[in-house]
Each structure stands twice: as C-alpha cells, then as structure tokens.
Ligand binder design. Structure first.
Ligand SMILES: Nc1ncnc2c1ncn2[C@@H]1O[C@H](COP(=O)(O)OP(=O)(O)O)[C@@H](O)[C@H]1O
Ligand SMILES: [Mg+2]
Length: 428
C-alpha cells in the first residue's frame, strides 16, 4: 500500500472514504445494468433510430426534459447499442456526439462532426482547425460518410445552445440532395421544452421528427441509481439511511440524478475533511445545503447588486415575517432599508420590480399575479423557490455584500429593519 504513494507519509496510502470515486464523476457512463428506471425511454429511442440496424432509414428524434433526467446517458447508450447491432448485420454505423453548449455555432459543430468522423476511419485528407468555413466541414463529413459508412447517428446535445438550426436541415436533406447515401439519424436533446416552439419556426418539414419527454426521477429511482454506485465508497462507510435521505431530498427538490450523485459525493468529501469514519445523514444534509447555495450563487452570478439586494430583501421578509409571499411594495420597502445598511442608493420601485421579474426568470423566485377587483388593480406576490437561509448565504458571498446581517442575525432581530414604514407594513 505504502508504495502507491511513494512511501511519503505526507500522503495517505489509502482513501478512508472512497474506493472507486470515479463512479460519482459527472461524466461517468454507467454500465447497462446500472441504468435505472428508463426502460420505456430506452425502448422509445431505440424505436426511432433502430431502423439503422436493419439497413433502413431511421427517424429523427428530439428529447426534452429537465437536467439530470438521463437524456444524454440514454442517447449515448442506445446509440452505442444500435452501432453494435448494426455491425452484427454488416452495417457500418458511426455514432457522433456533439455538446452544443461548447460547439455552439454551426462551424464549431460541423468541425467537430468532421473531426470525430475522421478519428473513426483512416480518412487521409487534412481537416483544418481554423480558417475554413462551414461548407468545407460539410464536404469532409459527406466525403467520409460516403467512403466509410452506411449510416450515422448524430447526437446533438443541448441543441438549444446552437445559434442556428441550419445543421438540422443539412443533415436531414443530405440524402435527398445527393450529398451522401448514408442514412442519417439525428437525436436532438434540449433541457428547455420552450425550444420546441422556436424549433418549429426555424426548421422546415424535412426534419420530420418524433418528440420524447423525459420526466424527473422519483425518490425510489434516485435511491436505486445511487445504490448502484455504492461501491464508490469503502465498505461500511455509508451509514444506513444516507442514500434514502439523499434521494428523498433530491426528489423533493428537482428529481435530478446528477445533483443527487453530486450531493452524495460532496457528503463523502465532507466526511473525509472532518476525519469522520462514516458518511452520516448530517453530512448529506450539509452537502445538500452547500449544493443549493452554490446553485443560487451560480444562478445569480451575473445579476446586479440590486437584484441580489432584492432577493435578500424578499428572503429577509420571509425570515422575519410569518408569510411565504410578499408584495412588490413590501419587498421594496425592506430593500430600501437594506440599501441603507450597505450604503447604496436604492433604485426605483419599478426598477426593483424588473429585477424581481428577472430573478423569476432565473427560477429563484416565483411571482404570481393576484387581483383585487378591477378597480383595486392587481399586484404581484413573490415567493422564494428555495430556503431563504440559502439566499442569505449566497448573497453574502458577494464580497461587497458580506456585511449584510446573517441568517441567525435576521432571526434574532425580528422584523425590525430600521425602516418604520416597512415594519408597520409587515404587520398589516
Ligand atoms: N437512469 C439512470 N441510471 C443511472 N444513472 C443515471 C440515470 N440517469 C442519469 N444518471 C446519471 O445522472 C447523471 C446525469 O444524467 P444525464 O444523462 O447527463 O442527464 P441529462 O442529460 O438529462 O441532464 C449522469 O452521471 C448519469 O450517469
Ligand atoms: Mg445532458
């Protein structure tokens, strides 16, 4: 054992918590027998692209669903199996995967397609990395397909990040336009269901496609997904009930398998950092909080100071008050008091209203229109989608706002803001 670390006692010779930590890495692709609760989805994707394995033309398919619902995993899994099955029938099928959040222009996406096709063959022509346009990359793609393949499955992941959808048209018309004889099946993936509407406008009927919707996982599926990766940990390190708790928390919040796995990993890191021999429910709870605060910090990272103060003001109303929802006016008054604390000039109520709407768009706040009668006019009620404690922590991570009262402080001091009107308002 000591040999593994060169015998230097500075480095532990063995990890007391993790055994096969790679099982918890984001990019890890589990074996088939570790894929849980997606049998129907696997069948559905296979039904769309499967014709390829019989030498027939496949359907294009769009997969929609929130993050962490297994879209990327299932697409890759089915494509690889289709490739193997095709091979069994003497059909040469390539599988190409493009992450459009990185390759977010047509040029980048086609370059990546051309390069990964080249990688899979002994195509001799040089494919330039820069200085050439989309058309040249398409030429290479058609050329390689023509020479080496009967069929290809192209996975365009996070396709909504692509700045135009011309590539869908090119791929679906390629046979018709006699660019290649290979059958092309496209699997498009989007986290945003709204992409459907823009897609309809942007592409013509040549990209005829089926649509599939992946739903968030429930607690028992998440439990199973994590159980299947239990061997990431040393034996007996995970205390009873930790996976159940992690699954229950994740199911309640989002049903996102990626986040559930990340929290499990973070809990392990916490245990190791605190020299604990086991991972306990407390570690899971702490890891969950850290993950949530990180998420909010990420969501609000591009936001203005005033947007952050607006969020903080709403959190402060909720922490010190006895309601879950507050009117724009109430949040505004609290906000003005808070601006004084950090010596910042407040923006107008209308400006704040716009900031709140922006946050609603980011998914941190939910705003609901409530009307008195027509004569009274309607107003917005704002609520937080997360624990106000996490908002306070995330906002205070901004170096210019670290002097704002902590969560505990807010709880102690109650609804007083130093602003008499706001105080009165929050009791009314
Ligand atoms: N059904 C499943 N069984 C096992 N692991 C899964 C399952 N679904 C998702 N995962 C794991 O969760 C993470 C996120 O899945 P992913 O396919 O990337 O989700 P999406 O593309 O929908 O955001 C990956 O690490 C993946 O291995
Ligand atoms: Mg994905």
């Amino acid at each position: 054992m000591a040999e593994q670390t060169g015998g230097d006692p500075l480095f532990e010779s063995h990890d007391p918590i993790f055994d096969r930590k790679e099982l918890l890495h984001v990019g890890h692709v589990p074996d088939e027998d570790r894929i849980v609760g997606r049998d129907d989805e696997i069948q559905s994707v296979a039904a769309e692209v499967g014709a390829i394995t019989r030498g027939d033309p496949p359907n294009n398919v769009m997969i929609y669903g929130k993050t962490g619902t297994g879209k990327s995993l299932i697409s890759r899994h089915v494509s690889t199996r289709a490739q193997d099955a095709a091979r069994g029938n003497d059909i040469d099928c390539a599988v190409l995967y493009v992450d459009c959040s990185e390759a977010n222009t047509e040029t980048r996406a086609t370059r990546q397609l051309a390069l990964s096709l080249k990688d899979q063959t002994d195509y001799q022509q040089n494919i330039p990395l820069r200085g050439v346009g989309t058309m040249e990359y398409y030429q290479h793609i058609w050329g390689i397909l023509e020479d080496c393949f009967d069929a290809v499955i192209v996975i365009l992941d996070e396709i909504d990040k692509l700045d135009n959808s011309n590539i869908l048209m090119q791929l679906s018309r390629a046979r018709e336009a006699r660019k290649t004889d290979a059958y092309i099946g496209v699997i498009g993936i989007s986290n945003k269901v709204q992409y459907r509407e823009t897609l309809d406008e942007r592409i013509d009927s040549s990209f005829g496609h089926r649509e599939l919707f992946f739903h968030p996982y429930d607690a028992s599926q998440l439990r199973e997904i994590m159980r299947n990766r239990e061997d990431a940990f040393q034996p007996d390190v995970l205390e009873d009930g930790t996976i159940e708790l992690c699954a229950a928390l994740a199911a309640k919040k989002h049903g996102d398998a990626r986040k559930a796995i990340e929290i499990l990993k973070e809990a392990g890191e916490l245990a190791r950092r605190t020299d604990s021999e086991t991972v306990s429910e407390t570690h899971i709870q702490q890891a969950q909080e850290v993950a949530e605060i990180n998420r909010i910090e990420e969501l609000t990272s591009g936001a203005t100071v005033h947007a952050k103060l607006a969020l903080y003001a709403l959190a402060s109303c909720i922490i010190t008050g006895d309601r879950e929802t507050y009117k724009t006016r109430e949040v505004y008054e609290r906000y003005v008091g808070i601006c004084e604390l950090v010596a910042t000039d407040p923006i107008t109520e209308n400006g704040l209203y716009r900031q709140l709407k922006e946050q609603a768009f980011l998914g941190v706040i939910e705003s609901e229109k409530t009307g008195g009668g027509r004569s009274q006019g309607s107003y917005l009620l704002h609520r937080l989608v997360t624990d106000p404690k996490h908002i306070v922590k995330a906002v205070r991570r901004d170096a210019s706002l670290e002097d704002l009262p902590t969560y505990d402080r807010l709880r102690e001091t109650g609804p007083s803001t130093g602003n008499r009107d706001a105080d009165l308002e929050s009791f009314s």
